[in-house]
Design a protein around this ligand. Sequence first.
Ligand code: PGA
Length: 233
Amino acid sequence: MERLVIANWKMNPKSLNLAIVLAGSVKRHLRDTHGVRVVICPPFPYLAAVGRQLKRSGLPLGAQDMSSEEEGAHTGQVAPAMLKALGCAFVILGHPELRRESGETDFMVNGKLRAALKAGLVPVVCVENVAQLMKALKGVSKSSYGKIKVAYEPSWAISTRKGAKPARPNEVRKMVQRLGAIAPSATFLYGGSVSAKNAGVFLKKGMVQGFLVGQASLKPREFAHLVKKTGFG
Ligand code: PGA
């Protein structure tokens, strides 16, 4: 069974230099990923340099968002083909922070998901409930479901939110069962305050195949520990 960990660096680190140092450190700590596929998703301006740093490490590169458009008059947007040209294999879509801060709608997430599949990027679509997944999959052929990674990511569980705490593994299991009934061949991840400490219990009781990780992915030693737990969980 596939195990997957997606590192979402969000708007960190602060400079290109720090991004390169962080990527180097992650690479060193993850010489052995214990069979886990680990994807590093830095902010757009650092993709090329982090991609160079990760070269030959076997750690794929991913972006944190993209446009649903292929080209044209879309100021500030980044097209799927541009991500591919930078070496991205994955793209996170519909992150709760984008939905909240940038007014990302289910309609937009659906357009981006279809564009990612068309471009040959692996979409990691974040959802908080069944309705969001159903809307994200509108018009997507069932035969493509196996290429999609679905992250159950309740916004209240994201570590940087005030009073955040991880979802309970039983809640995660119930939600993954409901999401799985819609897209049985997709891969299901959990995101929200995941750490090396709680990863094992989510794998055992939450029925997930991996994680979308924010804060803990910025601490290479802890992140490597989390990946190890995911490999053995
Ligand atoms: P967190 O973030 O692990 O810091 O809670 C997860 C995410 O927002 O992707």
